[in-house]
Design a protein around this ligand. Structure first.
Ligand SMILES: CC(C)(COP(=O)(O)OP(=O)(O)OC[C@H]1O[C@@H](n2cnc3c(N)ncnc32)[C@H](O)[C@@H]1OP(=O)(O)O)[C@@H](O)C(=O)NCCC(=O)NCCS
Length: 182
């Protein structure tokens, strides 16, 4: 390549500075609001930069905001996020699960997934799944590793557009919330 040609940009996420958290501050789970998007975006970007999850644009977050639960602490800091995205009558995906790095291991991840599962039950969706590198975490919550072929619609809708399609480290994990006859 000519030395006069400069690349347009380096494809790497900028470091994210998350707000400081007060250890021990009380917190609660609630549905997300538009005012949460900047903090959700930062949290996901923080973990995407560490290669734990896929980055989401603010546009994607606004468009899918009704999928989201968040955990907020009493100081107004967002400590975690999760989305439940319905794919079909019998299947929903857990996405964008992230907990603030300074509040890990306190049960927040479990609370978020349980909130998403409760919503799935409320909506009558019997099976939830995730694509993840956090197999052990999901195993603790009753998820089992399954075959990617179990999710043809998911593969069609999202993986087809993913640049890491041929080099994906994530495994599919599934939890049946309600047994139904096929
Ligand atoms: C994965 C993640 C959401 C877990 O959240 P957390 O609040 O730290 O997890 P919890 O404290 O709720 O843990 C619940 C259980 O899972 C276990 N666990 C948590 N993370 C684990 C891990 N990485 N490996 C094995 N077990 C884990 C805990 O020990 C706990 O077990 P117990 O209930 O039997 O005591 C969090 O580590 C995170 O944000 N990671 C970075 C982003 C990411 O990987 N997101 C997932 C994308 S699919």
């Amino acid at each position: 390549m000519s030395e006069r040609v400069k690349p347009l940009m380096k494809l790497e996420l900028k470091p994210v500075e998350l707000p400081e958290v007060r250890k021990g501050a009380r917190f609660w789970v609630r549905k997300a609001r538009v005012g949460d998007v900047d903090q959700i975006h930062d949290l996901i970007k923080y973990w995407a930069r560490e290669s734990f999850m896929l980055v989401r644009s603010k546009g994607q977050l606004y468009e899918n905001l009704r999928d989201f639960h968040v955990i907020e602490d009493e100081d107004g800091v967002l400590l975690g996020s999760v989305a439940l995205h319905i794919l079909w009558a019998d299947l929903a995906e857990i996405r964008s699960l992230a907990v603030h790095p300074d509040r890990q291991g306190e049960g927040l991840g479990r609370m978020l997934v349980e909130a998403a599962e409760a919503e799935a039950r409320l909506l009558g969706v019997p099976r939830v799944f995730a694509f993840t590198i956090q197999e052990e975490f999901f195993a603790r919550l009753g998820y089992r590793v399954t075959e990617p072929g179990a999710f043809p619609r998911k593969v069609w809708f999202e993986c087809r557009d993913c640049p890491f399609q041929d080099n994906c480290p994530e495994v599919p994990v599934l939890k049946v919330l309600e047994e139904r006859d096929a």
